[in-house]
Write a protein that binds this ligand. Structure first.
Ligand code: NAD
Ligand code: UDP
Length: 343
């Protein structure tokens, strides 16, 4: 007797992390449906996913807040689980346009779980963020650390965590995984998919790689007077492929029974801005011009995960080191200096 392949709906599957997720899902013989409104991505990523895997997925261009569309998707397909990546993620923009962020990130999730509930599909993995910890008092950060987001983006993530927790309390037949990502970087080893920010990048690695490829003149290092070994900010960079493999483990964990689980996805290692610059220079053979600038408002000095809970409960551990992350970013960036081909 053959068992039916699991069908997974990936919201935001054309985006940076979602596209890497689709590759892993297809390679693990799952059926994949992507729902993405392409507000921060390109359909070229869908073609690339299919080229890498030599498999087809079903791509639906649309908004996760569109209940009718969602209901049609669930009526037409036997969806076993949802991986919910769709959302807006730029901290600065969230401060300037909070309502846009609350609308997208909160309403998107509300509409999704309403339709899932009606369709009796109750397995959900949500992309949360270490930003829910705000400025932590101590590191490493484990899941029992007090939360307290400090900007609208972070608060939208925390509110979604809370609403999903309330949902589970009210109906414990749900299987919900809240994954708190540390700093996803890197790209698929094929160099076919990677991070392709619409505007000037906010995050360190995409900024460095655009300097390396000549799109940006120099990096501003936001502060060198932190209480860290070299004075620059320390973060837990995690390879995007390791990150998405954590989601497969989360799905396996949820398959064991109803629960609401929270896990950090990080390596447990912290690297400074200067260490990241040096690693990138080494793997790319370029020099990254930089200048020390003032601290960025709201930045923690140090943030890195205690990933023990994910290691033990999910049986997951990150494999790739910072050099490998930089190598893969460079392969993607140097072969796609301006990102995906523009339509
Ligand atoms: P991304 O912007 O590359 O991907 C998000 C995708 O969702 C995009 O393709 C976008 O077009 C789509 N989308 C946004 N709103 C939508 C809507 N209303 N309906 C349908 N599609 C919509 O971002 P990413 O880096 O891949 O992040 C994925 C998720 O992980 C986000 O929820 C983000 O908040 C979370 N996250 C990301 C990071 C990070 O550093 N990249 C860290 C922690 C958490
Ligand atoms: N950073 C920097 N210059 C930049 C972008 C980031 O010096 O142009 C620093 C930032 O202050 C932090 C680290 O790099 O110490 C990681 O920043 P990122 O925005 O990538 O992640 P987050 O701060 O959201 O964890």
């Amino acid at each position: 007797m053959t068992t039916k392949a699991e069908t997974v709906l990936v919201t935001g599957g054309a985006g940076y992390i979602g596209s890497h997720m689709c590759v892993e899902l297809l390679q693990s013989d799952r059926q994949v449906i992507v729902l993405d409104n392409l507000c921060n991505s390109s359909a070229a990523s869908i073609d690339a996913i299919q080229r890498i895997t030599q498999k087809q997925l079903s791509f639906v261009e649309g908004d996760v807040r569109d209940s009718d569309l969602l209901a049609r998707l669930f009526a037409q397909n036997e969806i076993d689980a949802v991986l919910h990546f769709a959302g807006l993620k730029a901290v600065g923009e969230s401060v300037a346009q909070p309502i846009k962020y609350y609308d997208n990130n909160l309403n998107g999730t509300l509409r999704l779980v309403e339709v899932m509930s009606a369709a009796q599909c109750k397995t959900l993995v949500f992309s949360s963020s270490a930003t829910v910890y705000g400025i932590p008092d101590s590191v490493p950060i484990d899941e029992s650390t007090v939360t307290g987001a400090i900007n609208p983006y972070g608060r939208s993530k925390l509110m979604v965590e809370e609403l999903l927790t309330d949902l589970y309390e009210a109906d414990p037949s749900w299987r919900i995984s809240l994954l708190r990502y540390f700093n996803p970087v890197g790209a698929h080893a094929s160099g076919e998919i990677g991070e392709d920010p619409n505007d000037i990048p906010n995050n360190l690695l995409p900024y460095i790689s655009q300097v390396a490829v000549g799109r940006l003149e120099k990096l501003n290092v936001f502060g060198n007077d932190y209480d860290t070994p070299d004075g620059t900010g320390v973060r837990d960079y995690i390879h995007v492929v390791d990150l998405v493999k954590g989601h497969l483990k989360a799905l396996e964990y949820l398959a064991k029974g109803p629960k609401l689980a929270i896990h950090n996805l990080g390596t447990g290692n912290g690297y400074s801005v200067m260490e990241a610059i040096k690693a990138f220079e080494k793997c790319s053979g370029t020099t990254i011009p930089y200048e020390i600038a003032s601290r960025r408002l709201g930045d923690a000095a140090v943030s890195f995960a205690d990933p023990t809970k994910a290691n033990t409960e999910l049986g997951w551990q990150a494999q790739f080191d910072l050099d490998r992350m930089c190598e893969d970013v460079w392969r993607w960036q140097s072969t796609h200096p301006t990102g995906y081909p523009k339509a």
